[in-house]
Ligand binder design. Structure first.
Ligand SMILES: [Zn+2]
Ligand SMILES: [Zn+2]
Length: 350
């Protein structure tokens, strides 16, 4: 009984490209108690593998988070296989719109301590008690009331290019830091309605549970996140309270939701909201650059990087030696944090 793949990555990729059948790419997550994640993982693997499902799935005591592709002709059987697990029955699946179905070529299901790392070590914390879901319609209604507080649980570079009107940013680089920080920032508003949101819903759902855990009484979270909200307001012709772009980690680095450009070029300050990675591979900084700066600096973030980028490859290589190069993001949130006080959250920053 093989519960793992035994063929090489290269062969698997070739097999995928030879496949002529279209695939549907989708994602889903659900928080629910899994007592034996290993056994659940194996059962899931057997079912998915028999349907030629590819993708990345994380299983933990607290639930499941998955991004997969399914041969389109197996889609109905896939739903049956997934919904066989009682807590997942009827779960909403987010279908990727412009996707060629070639994102995954192997099935990987991993058991992890958490589906979203949260840094919480309090054993009393329980994902069983979460905030109330709001859909697009009730989000709009609730936020018409000026006493409702809206909190963005994404990273600074995501917030910078697009967010909900009056949303409050939690200025930290990591979700694990944002959790306690959001509770501290809101400590005087424990009875006010608080709506939390993120890209797809997985982070804000946890954040809503965390605020309840910290003694807040009126916590909501946006079902399916910005992605689902944007689709719903479009389909139903509702008012759209999101401004700008929804940052996503694919080749597009963001999906435009409204025509408004709310960010500025990090180099010259003109309105711009295109993220790019600095072309100097020793830098690779993620930052916002306007079209004219992109030409002027050849896609680099600074004069210094532009100079390095223009050196022969050999010389660049020797300059890179021994230097670390993690995910760097242009982030002013640390500085802003110091001066930050939430005096009137109802009419907070836009
Ligand atoms: Zn510029
Ligand atoms: Zn650079």
């Amino acid at each position: 009984m093989a519960l793992h793949n035994r063929v090489s990555q290269k062969e698997l990729k070739e097999l995928l490209y030879r496949e002529t059948e279209p695939r549907t790419t989708l994602s889903f997550y659900h928080y629910f108690r899994i007592d034996d994640p290993e056994q659940f993982r194996n059962e899931l693997y057997r079912r998915f593998d028999s349907l030629k499902v590819f993708g990345r799935v994380y299983v933990a005591n607290e639930g499941i988070n998955a991004q997969v592709s399914v041969p389109s002709s197996n889609f109905e059987s896939f739903k049956t296989a997934l919904y066989h697990f009682e807590p997942l029955n009827g779960l909403r699946l987010n279908i990727a719109v412009d996707d060629d179905g070639k994102s995954f070529w192997v099935l990987k299901i991993k058991v992890r301590p958490k589906i979203v790392a949260d840094g919480i070590d309090d054993p009393g914390f329980d994902m069983g008690r979460k905030g109330k879901y709001v859909d697009a319609e009730s989000f709009n209604k609730l936020t018409d009331d000026p006493s409702t507080i809206v909190i963005d649980m994404r990273n600074h570079y995501e917030f910078e290019v697009g967010h909900f009107v009056n949303a409050i940013e939690v200025p930290s680089d990591t979700f694990r830091e944002q959790l306690p920080m959001s509770a501290d920032m809101m400590k005087d508003h424990k009875d006010q309605p608080i709506i939390m949101y993120c890209t797809g819903g997985i982070r804000c759902e946890k954040a809503s549970a965390y605020l309840l855990h910290r003694g807040f009484n009126n916590v909501y979270h946006l079902e399916g996140g910005i992605i689902h909200y944007a689709n719903t307001v479009r389909e139903k012709g509702l008012e759209n309270k999101f401004r700008g772009k929804n940052f996503v980690f694919d080749d597009r680095l963001g999906e435009r939701i409204t025509a408004e450009i709310i960010a500025r070029c990090h180099q010259c300050g003109v309105p711009a909201d295109n993220h790019t990675n600095c072309r100097n591979s020793a830098c690779h900084l993620l930052f916002i650059q306007c079209d004219s700066c992109s030409v002027k600096f050849a896609g680099c973030c600074s004069e210094a990087c532009y100079e390095v980028y223009n050196l022969p490859e050999e010389q660049q290589k020797s300059l890179r030696k021994g230097k670390e190069n993690g995910l760097m993001v242009f982030n002013k949130s640390k500085q802003r944090m110091q001066g930050l006080k939430v005096l009137n959250p109802g009419t907070g920053s836009t």
